[in-house]
Design a protein around this ligand. Structure first.
Ligand SMILES: C[S@@+](CC[C@H](N)C(=O)[O-])C[C@H]1O[C@@H](n2cnc3c(N)ncnc32)[C@H](O)[C@@H]1O
Length: 271
């Protein structure tokens, strides 16, 4: 028998879907529950039902809940070996195309997009690339568009950049001002940031490379397959898919439709 908390949780996600069209119904149960309980305490609600009532009647409470549910944690050049593998195994093939379309799905506050733009720049490919950077969290997308990050985090991520095989000084790409740094706008000249959900939206463009890291882990098996279907459909023949070390294609319906390119970093190529 379902517990009261599980019933309230189910009603909350149904209410969010009905009111705001954000679909969390197929997110992995345990982590969704953990985050809702965390938000409930943060927003000083006694029960999930109370949280539901506030979410329904106050869109700003929904925005606050969205921040907790979407886990906007990210880093510049996160998991440096992923970027080394892209440089080694993917860039030489992308170089053979006259123009490139790339999709960063679940881009959060943009650190992955700026990292990719820097990598493409260093490989001489940025000029010919169009990048779509999508997420369901509008506040995160707004930060990504600004390209302004706390100086302390950028200092921390300089090590990632070097480990990722960066060929310049990381500081060449930004200007520091007080406690923040602003990344060079040229890096995102050809980037379109957009609201797009892997749970409810469809494919919007054909792409040569899709990077979707640390997103699918929050979905249940059914939603992982839906999302993977979009990524697969978007990729051109022999296009590349980067999932990163925390995800795998192994048990999905799509394992036979890709071949591994870098096993540990979970970079694949469409068959
Ligand atoms: C942990 S962050 C990962 C950010 C970045 N890809 C990285 O690896 O550093 C997960 C991101 O996935 C986004 N996300 C969650 N559900 C999504 C969905 N249905 N469609 C698109 N993005 C989603 C969240 O808003 C969040 O910004």
């Amino acid at each position: 028998m379902a517990s009261d908390v599980d019933i309230e949780l189910r009603l909350l996600v149904e209410a969010i879907y009905a009111k705001y069209s954000h679909d969390f119904r197929d997110y992995a149960g345990a982590s969704l529950k953990r985050r809702v309980l965390h938000a409930m305490r943060q927003l000083e609600c006694g029960t999930i039902s109370e949280l539901q009532s506030r979410v329904l009647h106050d869109p700003s409470v929904f925005q606050a809940l969205l921040e907790t549910l979407t886990i906007p944690f990210t880093e510049m050049f996160r998991d440096p070996s992923y970027w080394r593998a892209l440089r080694r195994d993917v860039m030489p093939v992308l170089r053979t195309y006259p123009s490139l379309k790339i999709w960063v799905a679940g881009c959060s506050t943009g650190e992955e997009v700026f990292s990719l733009a820097i990598l493409l720049h260093e490989e001489g490919l940025l000029e010919r690339a169009i990048i779509y950077a999508t997420d369901i969290n509008p506040a995160a997308l707004e930060k990504a568009r600004l390209g302004i990050f706390p100086v302390a985090s950028v200092r921390e991520h300089t090590g990632n950049y070097q480990e990722a095989g960066g060929t310049a000084a990381f500081s060449d790409y930004y200007r520091a001002a007080y406690e923040s740094v602003r990344f060079d706008r040229e890096l995102i000249r050809n980037v379109t940031f957009a609201d797009h959900s892997l749970a409810t939206d469809s494919v919007f463009s054909e792409t040569h490379f899709v990077s979707c890291r640390n997103v699918l882990i929050y979905f249940n098996r059914h939603l992982q397959n839906r999302a993977m279907g979009l990524l697969h459909e978007s990729l051109c023949r022999r296009g590349f898919l980067g999932l990163g070390t925390k995800e795998t294609l192994d048990f999905s319906d799509f394992s036979e439709r890709f071949e591994p390119v870098a096993r540990r970093e979970r970079i694949y190529r469409k068959r």
